[in-house]
Write a protein that binds this ligand. Structure first.
Ligand code: HXC
Length: 510
């Protein structure tokens, strides 16, 4: 017996060494942790249960039959994060460059399927040279099996990808099919075709970092939802995000102990909106002042900054946030902001996370670049997402809610459950000056008459009261009591049930 135990110990030790000390040192020299070190930090101490540690590839081409490393370049299993279960895989760059073989793919598929079956999220730590070149189409087949499972799992369990090294070619599509992608600055990149191919085909000269580094994907392409300075920070933030997420689509929005009074009054909110309606203010301040303990996990904070998306907690329960940001483009909606927010709304709805929408929007951004870029379709995505969402929806208009943007930002008419406005709200087709220029064009030469028309329009429409008279606003509330009002609203809506007509699926304006 002791021999067999000895053998097990030795086999495990060998598997744990991955591609060997030389390659582990090379990984560390690049400022990167190994797959196992990453999992150790991600999961609670002693919670990791590994699967398939001894799996080997089956390739016999290019001398591969002589090179077997147990585990085949990916470490898989399950563990807990703050006591809640999750499935994981971490590609091991020290083994064949973390490249994906037929058996490597099977290991990933196994944990994906278990995640769906047991109703727990799946977190993938990606660090791979892509398809195992020696295996050809078997590797491509493996990738596609992983993609198919990503699609099956979408909307069933949360899927998180962290890019912690290379991710090139079709390999990028597994992360792209998941709910969130995070990257590590300076050590990760994602692209379909690399700098060398670009140079040959399009004559463009660009570095891997410029083409597909964290900065590119968090500020330009919006492929990634966030970037962190190093492996340790990335993993700590993934643990923080995980705490906000439900385990699956039936588990409900998670609730955890909180240390903040639900009826906390904040008098500073009474002066958040400046007297001059053309002056900006930072919507982060409102989000943080109403959140439990001021904790806001922001998604895509460096892209389309004219809208804020993320998660807070109210009375310990996760709430999805969508909020116009008057500090950027005066809070106008544009194509990028609409796409960003629509995706967030759909994630929240798929996983039963209630939605809080904070509105201060002067309209859609005008311009040829917006029109040529398809702002009609992109704006429709957000309209569709809010309209189809059946989770509890609470909306607060703090200042402007003009035109089409009023219609889009979760109003009563798109199934808003509780629609509040601050006294500073202005709910109208457009601003008073613009309205006067259209309605009273003939008087524009007369400054006195024009001023009178503007004042008349402001008095009639630039307040929340016309909308409140029509019942489109349930109540005009004091800014200071916003937290109390919304926590009570969400508590009321806890057991909301809504029937919608049967359909296979809708046709989101993609
Ligand atoms: C097999 C690979 C590999 C791969 C790397 N290695 N990529 N083995 N298949 N795809 C091996 C290397 O031979 C090397 O082995 C070890 O991993 C480390 O690689 P290095 O090149 O020494 O590391 P580094 O200098 O850091 O460069 C990393 C890299 C480079 C940029 C990722 O390895 C590279 O360009 N690899 C090929 C990338 C690629 O073209 N992949 C296919 C993409 S197409 P030793 O034994 O020397 O340590 C694709 C299609 C998917 O993925 C389609 C899905 C639908």
């Amino acid at each position: 017996m002791s021999d067999i135990l000895e053998q097990l110990y030795e086999r495990r030790e060998k598997a744990r060494k991955g591609g060997g000390q030389r390659r582990i040192d090379a990984q560390h020299a690049k400022g990167k942790l190994t797959a196992r070190e990453r999992l150790e930090l991600l999961l609670d101490p002693d919670s990791f249960e590994e699967f398939d540690m001894f799996v080997k590839h089956r390739s016999v081409d290019f001398g591969m039959e002589k090179t077997h490393i147990p585990g085949d370049g990916v470490v898989t299993g399950w563990g807990t994060i703050n006591g809640r279960k999750t499935f994981v895989f971490a590609q091991d760059f020290t083994v064949f460059g973390g490249s994906l073989s037929e058996t490597h793919a099977k290991k990933i598929c196994k944990v994906q399927e278990m995640a769906m079956m047991h109703g727990a999220p799946i977190i993938g730590l990606n660090d791979s040279g892509g398809a195992r070149i020696q295996e050809g189409v078997a590797s491509l087949a493996g990738y596609t099996d992983v993609f198919q499972n990503n699609i099956k799992a979408s909307g069933v369990v949360p899927q998180i990808s962290v890019i912690m090294g290379p991710s090139a070619g079709g390999a990028v599509y597994s992360p792209a099919l998941t709910d969130f992608i995070f990257m590590v600055r300076d050590s990760s990149y994602m692209f379909l075709t690399g700098p060398d191919v670009l140079k040959t085909v399009t004559n463009e000269i660009v570095t891997a970092e410029e083409l597909g580094g964290a900065k590119t994907h968090t500020t330009k392409s919006s492929v990634a939802d966030g970037a962190f300075d190093n492996d340790m920070e990335a993993i700590a933030e993934i643990r923080r995000l995980f705490d906000f997420l439900p385990l699956n689509n039936r588990a409900g929005s998670p609730k955890r102990p909180f240390f903040d009074k639900h009826d906390r009054i904040d008098t500073s909110l009474d002066t958040l909106v400046p007297d001059n309606p053309n002056l900006p203010y930072d919507m982060h301040e409102l989000v943080e002042k109403i959140a439990d303990e001021g904790d806001f996990f922001e998604i895509q904070s460096d892209f389309a900054k004219n809208i804020l998306c993320g998660f807070i907690r109210l009375e310990g329960q996760t709430i999805g946030i969508v909020a116009n940001q008057p500090m950027v483009l005066a809070g106008c909606l544009d194509s990028d902001a609409s796409r960003k927010a629509a995706r967030h709304v759909r994630f929240c709805d798929a996983f039963d996370i209630p939605l809080l929408t904070l509105v201060d929007v002067p309209g859609f951004l005008p311009g040829t670049s917006q029109e040529f870029g398809g702002v009609i379709k992109h704006g429709a995505k957000l309209l569709y997402a809010f309209g189809e969402a059946t989770v509890p929806k609470v909306t607060i208009i703090t200042r402007k809610a003009y035109g089409g943007a009023y219609c889009v930002m979760a109003p009563k008419h798109l199934g808003g459950d509780m629609n509040y406005a601050w006294p500073s709200a202005q709910i109208a087709v457009m601003g008073a000056k613009g309205a006067t220029e259209i309605l009273h064009r003939k008087d524009l030469g007369d400054a006195e008459k024009t001023a009178a028309h503007i004042a008349d329009y402001e008095a009639r429409f630039l307040s929340p009261f016309r909308a409140a008279e029509l019942g489109y606003i349930d109540e005009v509330i004091q800014p200071r009591s916003t937290r109390k009002r919304i926590t009570r609203a969400f508590a009321l809506l806890k057991d909301k049930e809504l029937q919608t007509p049967w359909k296979k699926h809708g046709n989101l304006p993609l």
